[in-house]
Design a protein around this ligand. Structure first.
Ligand code: PXP
Length: 222
């Protein structure tokens, strides 16, 4: 059974669109510290804190002690996370952040990486115990053939990570339409998926409860 995590940062992006409140990215442009505190108090399922390696954000994550911390790259000018971490060039700094997170009591630390063999190898050399595979290339594939090919790339990356004993999560651009294809081709080792934008966009039309229920049903069915 695959776990489904719902990314709520898009709700915060919408709320903050008019910049009337104080906007956890480095620039607080969606999730704020107050959101993090409220989520920690109210989320009954697994709490995943996605964060950059920015010192202050790492401090907030350590104080929050989520169930899972997912390290992502971030640049202020990107709309969402556009590519995975380049683990090969980050080694020392990344290792320090991973150690701090585990030291603060976070039990699972994942690296958000592209499904590239060299990134998986580099991730396996860190002390992170999970990866999240970036599914963007799969989600953006323009033809069914390209979609199948990208799904195979994900399948190979997931198998490679699992061989190293890493837990495998996946996310970015997964939606109500492409989830089944993703799961059937790439799913064997993927324990958890994170879906945000598709659910939040659908929630605007049908309400959050129904949008989440539909995605849960889809995940449970595959
Ligand atoms: N995983 C990570 C690491 C992300 O940064 C995002 C974007 O919030 C997601 C998953 C979810 O992607 P999407 O919003 O496209 O479903």
């Amino acid at each position: 059974m695959t776990n489904l995590l719902i990314n709520v940062d898009h709700v915060a992006t919408l709320r903050n669109a008019r910049r009337e409140t104080f906007p956890v990215r480095e620039d607080r442009r969606h999730i704020t510290e107050r959101d993090v505190r409220l989520l920690k108090e109210t989320v009954r399922g697994k709490l995943d804190f996605e964060l950059s390696t920015d010192e202050e954000v790492v401090d907030i994550c350590c104080a929050t002690q989520p169930d899972l911390a997912t390290l992502v790259p971030e640049r202020r000018d990107e709309v969402t996370t556009e590519g995975g971490l380049d683990v090969r060039t980050h080694d020392e700094r990344l290792e320090d952040v991973i150690a701090r997170l585990f030291g603060a009591g976070v039990r699972e630390v994942a690296l958000f990486v592209d499904p590239a063999p060299e990134q998986i190898e580099a991730a396996a050399r860190t002390s992170a115990n999970a990866i999240e595979l970036h599914t963007g290339a799969f989600a953006n594939a323009e033809t069914p053939e390209a979609e199948r090919e990208e799904a195979q790339v994900l399948a190979r990356a997931a198998a490679q990570a699992a061989e190293h004993g890493l837990r495998v999560h996946a996310g970015h651009g997964l939606d109500y339409r492409n989830y089944a294809t993703f799961r059937e081709a790439a799913g064997a080792h993927v324990e958890e998926v994170s879906v945000g934008f598709a659910v939040v966009a659908r929630a605007v039309l049908v309400g959050m409860e129904q949008a989440v229920r539909e995605m849960r049903e889809l995940v449970a069915a595959h």
